[in-house]
Design a binder for this molecule. Structure first.
Ligand SMILES: Cc1cc2nc3c(=O)[nH]c(=O)nc-3n(C[C@H](O)[C@H](O)[C@H](O)COP(=O)(O)OP(=O)(O)OC[C@H]3O[C@@H](n4cnc5c(N)ncnc54)[C@H](O)[C@@H]3O)c2cc1C
Length: 428
């Protein structure tokens, strides 16, 4: 293989992750292993599941479960970061999660959402709940049919004046040493159709109603085994993108959960809810990094194979310019994702509205990269013979998943304006 363009100046150093240098031995080994897994296991399974009917795609014995057996054997769970400093853990997580997004973003979300309950249990230091979640596929039960973006609003000033918080369609009541849950989730809960354990992130009544004195809702985080009496499921969701990820409604009819399964109650709910949301936001930014790079690499290779205008389209200056623009975006998405992740892990006070800005920025730019990559494929990009049409559908879903882009930018703008007004931050 040639290592220069013209034998005068060497090509720059790159890694699987793109223009990266100075990886530690541990990072390089992890990157290599996860890239192989993403290429050999995730991509084929993701394509197979994408084309299957949702009614059979997630049944026992399907490739969906082969993926989960294989990723569990890799040992990438929260325990894999033990012994690393906050900065090292942020860097390692960035490399690993982006590579999973490069393999298949839907399966990567299934793995990430699958860990939400055990992460909450570990953060709470509750060994009983850790044992309960161990080896089980999890989900995060937050959004509901009538409570979408509202569930991510943290401050009363963001609501219409005079309005109250939205209690939605799924509520917890704390009675003695029990929590009683009634209602239903949205159909969008990732792994909702198949999960064995859930992390409820919903409104709660602690005996004095759902509202505090400002009209905001009380909340709770509760780990719930999903085989308790009174729990049932809807059908798997039929959707445009992220089809390898099983989603569906979960119904709760007077479900009684021991109070000790709560990992956050009235007083610490806001802080812990903010932290789990911040974690989800950084993950999404890393996944966008990987998905953008996957689409870009396909386009780059295609431009070096497709002949038009008398030669390879990669030799046309217009194509080179277009590749340069999206190549730079791929690197910018990666840099932003790593920045929000490092800030969130290292800051004494992180904030989910900042993480949300990273998620919104990375997924929006990622969509531009995937769209332009598809454009570089011409008509071929639209067919199932080539990978771009699936990547575009997956990228589209990520504009809404874990918070719709405009709403997330709006939250970040609100936060900065409040900081400027109340703390003087950003004043000349
Ligand atoms: C692939 C995928 C995976 C998901 N996984 C999960 C999961 O694991 N668990 C879970 O609980 N949920 C999950 N969700 C749900 C997701 O969190 C919600 O879809 C998202 O928060 C948006 O809510 P909504 O769909 O109800 O849209 P809505 O909130 O109804 O928004 C509709 C439109 O109204 C606009 N809008 C809303 N509020 C405002 C406002 N205050 N000001 C201005 N405009 C506004 C929005 O910008 C949007 O364009 C997932 C969704 C997707 C697509």
């Amino acid at each position: 293989m040639k290592d220069t363009v013209d034998h005068k100046l060497a090509f720059p150093h790159t890694e699987y992750s793109g223009f990266d240098a100075g990886l530690s031995e541990q990072e390089a080994a992890a990157l290599e292993g996860v890239n192989r897994f993403a290429r050999e296991v995730m991509r084929p399974i993701g394509i197979e599941l994408d084309r299957m009917d949702p009614d059979v795609a997630y049944e026992k014995g399907s490739p969906f479960w082969d993926f989960h057996d294989a990723i569990r054997a890799l040992g990438l769970g929260p325990e894999a970061m033990e012994g690393l400093s906050a900065r090292e853990a942020a860097r390692m997580e960035a490399l690993v999660v982006a590579e999973l997004g490069w393999g298949d973003a839907g399966l990567a979300v299934s793995a990430g959402a699958g860990e939400m309950p055990i992460r909450a249990a570990m953060a709470a230091g509750n060994q009983e709940l850790v044992d309960l979640c161990q080896g089980k596929l999890g989900c995060w039960i937050a959004s509901q049919p009538d409570r979408g973006s509202d569930g991510m609003t943290l401050y009363p000033q963001e609501r219409k004046p005079g309005s109250k918080g939205n209690i939605g369609n799924l509520q917890a009541r704390f009675v003695g040493d029990e929590i009683i849950v009634n209602g239903q989730s949205s159909a969008w809960v990732s792994n909702g159709y198949v999960a064995e354990v859930g992390l409820l992130d919903i409104v709660a009544d602690y005996g004095n109603g759902f509202y505090d004195e400002e009209g905001s809702v009380h909340g709770c985080l509760v780990v719930v085994p999903l085989d308790l009496p009174g729990i049932s499921r809807g059908r798997p969701l039929r959707k445009l993108g992220k089809r390898p990820l099983p989603q569906g409604e979960i119904f709760f009819d007077n479900v009684r959960i021991p109070r000790r399964f709560a990992t956050a109650e009235r007083d610490d709910f806001k802080t812990k809810h903010a932290l789990s949301w911040a974690h989800a936001g950084t993950n999404m930014a890393h996944l966008a990094t990987g998905l953008a790079r996957a689409a870009f690499e396909h386009a780059l290779t295609y431009c070096n194979e497709r002949r038009q205008g008398g030669g390879l389209i990669a030799d046309l200056q217009l194509t080179q310019y277009r590749l340069g623009v999206i190549g730079a975006k791929v690197e910018a998405i990666k840099a932003m994702a790593r920045h929000v992740a490092e800030y969130t892990k290292c800051s004494p006070v992180p904030h989910p509205y900042f993480t949300a800005s990273g998620k919104a920025f990375c997924t929006r730019e990622m969509f531009e990269v995937v769209n332009e990559s598809m454009q570089l494929f011409g008509g071929n990009g639209l067919t199932q013979e080539y990978p771009l049409e699936k990547l575009l559908r997956d990228a589209r879903a990520m504009q809404i998943e874990d918070g719709e882009t405009n709403v997330l930018f709006m939250h970040f703008g609100f936060l900065m304006a409040q900081m400027n007004r109340h703390t003087g931050w950003g004043k000349n």
